[in-house]
Every structure is written in structure tokens, then in C-alpha cells.
Design a protein around this ligand. Structure first.
Ligand SMILES: [Zn+2]
Length: 288
């Protein structure tokens, strides 16, 4: 039997022994690939798997060796998306009444809220509506431990250094679809998002953008993604708490159909390790 529990839902890797800690941490909310038996989806596993940000936790896997904590979800984002507010689900998609308050936003109305009920807003995930009990279980076993790990890590770095920097790590399909803000067009190499300059200081976004452009990559900022719950909820640039989102174009490192690493994976990962070093140096420079 495959199940997700509060204890197995999230992994937090701390900086390696003997490495000096830096005021920066990373999280990968969408790379989880443990599909629990109570998922009960209609869709073939590979259809669901293509919604994962596959291998992102591994691309950033050198973060602890460079002094930064790395948090990743083990559950799939289609089962529960931690990059949503816990109330971001439509009561119309529930089989029975919800005991509390639900406030579905645009993504939830599209079927990609807290639990995905329509894949990319297009394909039904379940035969029957989710029950309130099922939704509650997923929030308790996945959403709460994930958010607790983020909040604790943010606070701990802040208490230690007087400032904290957070990079929320994702990957994106190489081409959007008709439901995406950019439509069915080829995407740039990277998208950086700071919710139009409100979730981090401009220098943090600028440091990532300069590094990536110097490596020859195209970078767009705040389009077609602006950043969602995980960069919004814990950041406050005026109080030196900074969150930024990064989206990596999957064509650089994986076969999007088969969900396999490309031969170029290792050399691409080296570029991401370079980005980690660059941002660690930036964050450290801001403590002075
Ligand atoms: Zn993602």
C-alpha cells in the first residue's frame, strides 16, 4: 500500500556539516512523485506525471552543500498543490458541504486550485467529486507540514541573519496551452517572478537574471507567471524577508513526454549549481 503521511509528505535537507550557513533557502513544491492509493484518479499515471515539475529537487540538490536548506514535497502537485492558499478550492467541486470557508480564486475555478480537478484546466481528473473528508485529509497530511517547514525555515534564517531569502523552484512546459496567459507559444529559458516587485527586493531578481543571461539564457520577469502562494505568503521585503519564484524550461533537461533526464542533464545541473552559489553570495552580501 502506498500512502502519504504527515511524516513522509515533506523532506527538509539542512546544510551539510562544516559548510557555513547562508541566509537563503530553496523549495521545490511540485516535484513529488509518490502517488498514494487514495488518489483515485481516472487518468493514466503518465498523464498525471506530466504535471510534475520532475527532477527540480535534484537540479537544486547542491543547495545544502552550499549552505542552504532545501525543502521538497514528496506528494504530487495534482494530489495537493502547496502553492495554493488552503481555502483555494471551489465548493462546486466538492460532493458535500465544507465545514469552513472556501475562497476559490481564478485557478481553482479553472480546476487547478488546492487539489487539481481538471488537468491544466482541460481534462477531468476524477470520475466523482472529491468529498470534504478527502480534501481535509490532503490538507492535514500535505499542505500543513509543507507550509510549516517553509515558515519555520524562513523564521530561523531571519532570526540568525536579520534577513532571509527564499527561491521557490519550478519547471514549466516548453510550450503553453490555450488556458495559459501566454497561449500555445514557445516559452523562454527561464521565468523569474516576484509578483511585480512586491515579494522581494529588485536586487535579488536582478542577481538571478544577470547570472542566467550571462550563461546565454533568455529570461522573462513576471510573465507568463507572477508567482503564487509560496512567494506571497511569507515574504515582506520591507522587513528583509524576500521570496522569488523561478520557472525552468523543461526542454533544457528532460524529455517532456517520457519524463526522463536528457544527456545534457548533468551539465545543465552545473549551471543551476552556479545560480545557487551566485544567490548565496548575494544573500550573504546583504547581511552586512
Ligand atoms: Zn511548479
Amino acid at each position: 500500500m502506498i500512502e502519504i503521511t504527515r511524516e513522509t509528505a515533506v523532506e527538509v535537507r539542512h546544510p551539510a556539516d562544516g559548510v557555513s550557513a547562508v541566509p537563503l533557502f530553496f523549495d521545490s513544491p511540485h516535484s513529488g512523485c509518490i502517488y498514494p492509493d487514495d488518489f483515485n484518479s481516472l487518468l493514466p499515471l503518465m498523464r498525471l506525471r506530466r504535471a510534475e515539475d520532475a527532477f527540480v529537487e535534484d537540479l537544486f540538490g547542491d543547495a545544502p552543500n552550499l549552505g542552504s536548506p532545501l525543502i521538497d514535497a514528496k506528494f504530487p502537485r495534482s494530489y495537493l498543490d502547496p502553492n495554493r492558499n488552503e481555502a483555494d478550492f471551489s465548493p462546486d467541486d466538492l460532493a458535500d458541504p465544507w465545514p469552513g470557508n472556501l475562497e476559490p480564486g481564478k485557478k481553482a475555478m479553472n480546476g487547478t486550485g488546492l487539489v487539481w480537478v481538471r488537468l491544466h484546466g482541460l481534462t477531468e481528473v476524477y470520475e466523482n467529486k472529491l468529498t470534504a473528508a478527502e480534501l481535509k485529509t490532503r490538507i492535514d497530511t500535505c499542505w500543513r507540514p509543507y507550509h510549516q517547514a517553509i515558515a519555520q525555515t524562513f523564521d530561523r534564517l531571519y532570526e540568525t541573519f536579520g534577513c532571509a531569502y527564499h527561491l521557490n523552484c519550478h519547471s514549466m512546459r516548453s510550450t503553453g496551452n490555450v488556458k495559459d496567459p501566454d497561449g500555445p507559444v514557445a516559452r523562454p529559458d527561464f521565468v523569474l517572478s516576484d509578483r511585480d516587485g512586491t515579494s522581494c527586493e529588485p536586487g535579488f531578481t536582478g542577481a538571478a537574471k544577470s547570472y542566467l543571461e550571462n550563461q546565454g539564457y533568455s529570461v522573462q520577469v513576471n510573465f507568463p507567471m507572477k508567482g503564487v502562494e509560496l512567494v506571497k505568503r511569507y515574504s515582506n521585503p520591507a522587513k528583509k524577508r524576500h521570496s522569488m519564484q523561478i520557472e525552468i524550461n523543461r526542454r533544457h533537461y528532460m524529455d517532456e513526454e517520457k519524463i526522463e533526464k536528457l544527456p545534457a542533464y548533468a551539465s545543465f545541473k552545473d549551471k543551476i549549481t552556479g545560480l545557487i552559489s551566485e544567490l548565496a553570495a548575494y544573500a550573504t552580501s546583504r547581511t552586512r
